[in-house]
Design a protein around this ligand. Structure first.
Ligand code: PAF
Length: 275
């Protein structure tokens, strides 16, 4: 297994492979990441996992400071499960240096949902993905569906800027209580309570599936979240493909939410279809 810190070493190492799968992460690895890694190996022999906490996608500096950092554990976990992996763990100046900030055309979707309360977040994500894709030149890019809006934004971004890269979405992995796995969960004291987010979204999605009114169900979901003493950022229903507001004939929908539970920002979503 290689742990690489510099771009020149990385480029050297990648010459051995025809096709590369790339899995970007911010570390603090869990079973959700492992699912991404496993799928990445199904597609190519050369698999790069980046571990890099991308400062420029954090609109709140405390969130950046408190983000869990567990590099030694992450590396030993990968070593056990994926001994041939290439781990790219660069210093900030290795990546940001030489890159003047660009403004990417990310469309209106970045002003909605998480983009409303996290201005600049998706430009920050697109910037680091741009830097990585230019360096690694992967054939496949793996992203989790838990960050569904990020997935949509980066899919669009790749269509425009990296059309030769195929984005592969991977299902959300959940714990025994159905709490979506996330590095931020390690900051929670009560994970069982946090799992109520999924239960509330599931109830709402099932009711909407049975043709109950979307507005009414999202309002009900919000009332239940307030009862949990959580601060709500949003609970919304959108179309799966473009995250637009659903029209009467849209059948493939998704309910998405962001809440602050014990001051920790949690996001989750459930895709569903109206029969
Ligand atoms: O989803 C994440 O962990 C990050 O947004 C990503 C894609 C690794 C970019 O920093």
């Amino acid at each position: 297994m290689h742990v690489i810190k510099t771009v020149s070493e990385l480029k050297q190492c990648l010459t051995a492979f025809k096709n590369i799968s790339f899995v970007p992460t911010m570390g603090n690895l869990h079973a959700g990441h492992m699912a991404l890694f496993e799928e990445a190996y199904k597609k190519s022999e050369g698999v790069v996992f980046s571990i890099f906490i991308n400062r420029i996608q954090f609109n709140d500096s405390n969130d950046f400071i408190n983000y869990p950092r567990t590099l030694a554990n992450d590396v030993s976990l990968i070593k056990k499960k994926f001994p041939s992996a290439i781990i790219f763990h660069p210093e900030e100046n290795e990546l940001y240096f030489n890159h003047s900030p660009k403004e990417f055309a990310l469309g209106k979707v970045v002003e909605d949902l998480c983009g409303r309360s996290r201005p600049g977040h998706f430009q920050g994500v697109a910037t680091i993905i741009d830097i990585f894709l230019a360096m690694i030149n992967p054939k496949y890019l793996f992203l989790g569906k838990k960050d569904y809006q990020q997935l949509c934004v980066i899919e669009n971004f790749c269509k425009i800027y990296y059309p030769h890269v195929t984005v592969i979405p991977i299902r959300t992995i959940r714990d025994a209580n159905n709490l979506a796995l996330s590095s931020r969960n390690n900051l929670l004291k009560d994970k069982t309570k946090a799992a109520n987010l999924y239960k509330i979204l599931l109830q709402a999605s099932q009711a909407i599936k049975s043709l109950s009114d979307i507005q009414q169900q999202t309002k009900l979901a919000k009332e239940q979240l307030v009862k949990e003493n959580w601060q709500i950022d949003y609970v919304e229903v959108r179309t799966q493909k473009k995250l637009t507001h659903p029209k009467d004939n849209d059948k493939e929908l998704i309910i998405l939410a962001a809440v602050y539970c014990e001051k920790i920002r949690l996001i989750d979503n459930i895709e569903f279809c109206i029969e």
